[in-house]
Design a protein around this ligand. Structure first.
Ligand SMILES: Nc1nc2c(ncn2[C@@H]2O[C@H](COP(=O)(O)OP(=O)(O)OP(=O)(O)O)[C@@H](O)[C@H]2O)c(=O)[nH]1
Ligand SMILES: [Mg+2]
Ligand SMILES: [Zn+2]
Length: 388
C-alpha cells in the first residue's frame, strides 16, 4: 500500500526566508487552524478538566481538535546561519524562556542569553531560538554564555502564536520523531486525533510512532489488534505499552534512544508515566517555561527537552495547542489517506467526496468492512474543515 508522500512538494506562494532575511514568496493563507480572537481566551482556561471529557457533539469535537492542533510547520528554506558568523563553540538548546536559554555544551548544562541580533526577520518565526536548536555560543571569559547564531534546522515543529497568529512560533527544532501517545481506555482511544497527528508529522517530515498505552486495560485483544493494524498497514511503527505493568517499556526505550522525540497526546493518556517508566526521574512538563509576549500576556510557548541516559532527548510540548494541519490543502488530503485514495479510484465520480455521492466505492468498502470506519470518519472530518 502506498504511504503518504513524505517528500513535500514545494508549495506555491509559501512564505520562505533566505539567509538575508528577505522574503522570497508570500502566500495568502489557506483556510487554516489559526486560533480566532474569540478562541484565544481558551488558553487561559482550565485545560485539565476539559481535556478529560471526550467530545459529545460535532461542535465540541471541532473545538477540541482546534485546541489540540492549531498550527502548522512552516517551510523554511535552508539557511546557513541566522546571524552573522561568529567564532564559537556549538551547543544544543534544551530550554528557552524569553531571551534566556539553557544550553548543553560538552555534556554540561549551562544558562545562556540569546543575542538580540537574532530576530524574527532572520528566521521567519517569532522565537528565533527553540529547543533542539544547534547554536553557536561564545563565553565572555567569566562563565557567561551567549547564543550568537542558530545552525540550519533539519526539521521544525511550529504553530501559530496564540496571540500573534498567523505569525508562527517554533515549538522545537531538529525533531526526529513524534511519539503519539494514546491510551486504550481512560481516556478512550481517539483515532481521529491519531490520524491528525500522523498528518502533522508528515507535513513536518518527522517520523511518527503510534504508541497505545494502558495496555493493561485491553479486554479484547482482537479488537486492539484490528485497530492498531490499520497503522501498521500504513507502514507506521506502533507500540503497545503499559506504564502500570511495564509491558512494552523496554521497546519504547530503545525507540527513543539516540533520537530527539517530541511526545504528544491527550492529557491523561500516560505520557509522563511512560517517560518516568523509561527513565525514572524524568518528569515531563515539570520544566515548562513561559515567555512574556510583547503585549504583556503570558503563555507557555516552548517545549523543554530532557536528556535520556542511553542517549537522545525527549521533549514535552506546551499545553495542548501544539501544531497542526495549517497549509494542508484539500487536494493534498488524499496523500495522507492512501488507502482511501486507492479505493476512490472505483467511485463513479472522479471528484467523489465519499460523503453522499451515488456509487461511492469508499462508502461501499466501509460498509463491507474493507475500509476502516475510523479512517473514513477522520478523512471526512478533515475534508469538511478544509472545504469550509
Ligand atoms: N491503567 C493504567 N493507568 C495508567 C497507565 N499509564 C498512566 N496511567 C494513569 O493515567 C493517569 C494519567 O497519567 P499521566 O502520566 O499523568 O498522563 P499524561 O499524559 O502525562 O497527562 P498530562 O500531563 O495531563 O498531559 C495517571 O493516573 C496514571 O497513573 C497505564 O499504563 N495503565
Ligand atoms: Mg503529564
Ligand atoms: Zn467516493
Amino acid at each position: 500500500m502506498a504511504r503518504p508522500n513524505r517528500k513535500r512538494q514545494p508549495r506555491r506562494g509559501r512564505k520562505t526566508f533566505r539567509r538575508s532575511g528577505s522574503v522570497k514568496r508570500v502566500r495568502a493563507r489557506q483556510k487554516d487552524w489559526t486560533v480566532s480572537a474569540s478562541e484565544q481566551d481558551w488558553d487561559e482556561l482550565d485545560h485539565e478538566a476539559l481535556e478529560r471529557v471526550m467530545p459529545r457533539d460535532e461542535r465540541d469535537r471541532r473545538k477540541r481538535i482546534d485546541q489540540v492542533l492549531t498550527a502548522s510547520p512552516q517551510e523554511v528554506e535552508p539557511v546557513t546561519s541566522f546571524a552573522p558568523e561568529v567564532e564559537g563553540a556549538t551547543a544544543l538548546v534544551t530550554a528557552v524562556a524569553g531571551m534566556s536559554a539553557r544550553i548543553e555544551i560538552e555534556g554540561r548544562d549551562r544558562p545562556a542569553t540569546i543575542r538580540g541580533l537574532l530576530t524574527e526577520l532572520d528566521t521567519g518565526y517569532i522565537n528565533p531560538v527553540a529547543v533542539g536548536d544547534d547554536v553557536i555560543v561564545t563565553e565572555d571569559g567569566a562563565g557567561a554564555w551567549a547564543i550568537e547564531s542558530v545552525l540550519p534546522r533539519k526539521t521544525i515543529l511550529a504553530r501559530p502564536d496564540p496571540f500573534l497568529a498567523p505569525r508562527q512560533q517554533v515549538i522545537a527544532a531538529n525533531v526526529d520523531q513524534l511519539l503519539i501517545v494514546s491510551s486504550w481506555q481512560e481516556p478512550d482511544l481517539w483515532p481521529e486525533l491519531i490520524d491528525r497527528y500522523l498528518i502533522a508529522a508528515s507535513l513536518s517530515e518527522i517520523v511518527p510512532i503510534v504508541c497505545v498505552n494502558k495496555a493493561d486495560l485491553i479486554a479484547d485483544a482482537r479488537e486492539y489488534e484490528s485497530v492498531t493494524q490499520i497503522y501498521r498497514d500504513m507502514g507506521y511503527r506502533t507500540l503497545t505499552t503499559s506504564a502500570l505493568t511495564g509491558a512494552g517499556i523496554s521497546g519504547l526505550r530503545s525507540e527513543l534512544t539516540g533520537k530527539l522525540t517530541v511526545v504528544v497526546g491527550l492529557s491523561g493518556t500516560g505520557k509522563s508515566s511512560l517517560m518516568s517508566a523509561v527513565q525514572p526521574g524524568l518528569n515531563l512538563r515539570v520544566g515548562e517555561v513561559s515567555q512574556v509576549h510583547q503585549q504583556g500576556r503570558h503563555t507557555t510557548t516552548q517545549a523543554s527537552m530532557y536528556r535520556l541516559d542511553g542517549g537522545g532527548y525527549v521533549a514535552d510540548t506546551p499545553g495542548i495547542r501544539e501544531f497542526g494541519l495549517a497549509g494542508l490543502t484539500l487536494g493534498e488530503l488524499p496523500l495522507y489517506f492512501p488507502e482511501i485514495d486507492e479505493l476512490a479510484a472505483d467511485c463513479r465520480f472522479s471528484n467523489c467526496t465519499h460523503l453522499e455521492e451515488p456509487d461511492c466505492a469508499v462508502r461501499a468498502a466501509e460498509e463491507e468492512g474493507r475500509a476502516s470506519p475510523s479512517r473514513v470518519a477522520s478523512y471526512r472530518a478533515i475534508f469538511d474543515e478544509l472545504e469550509v
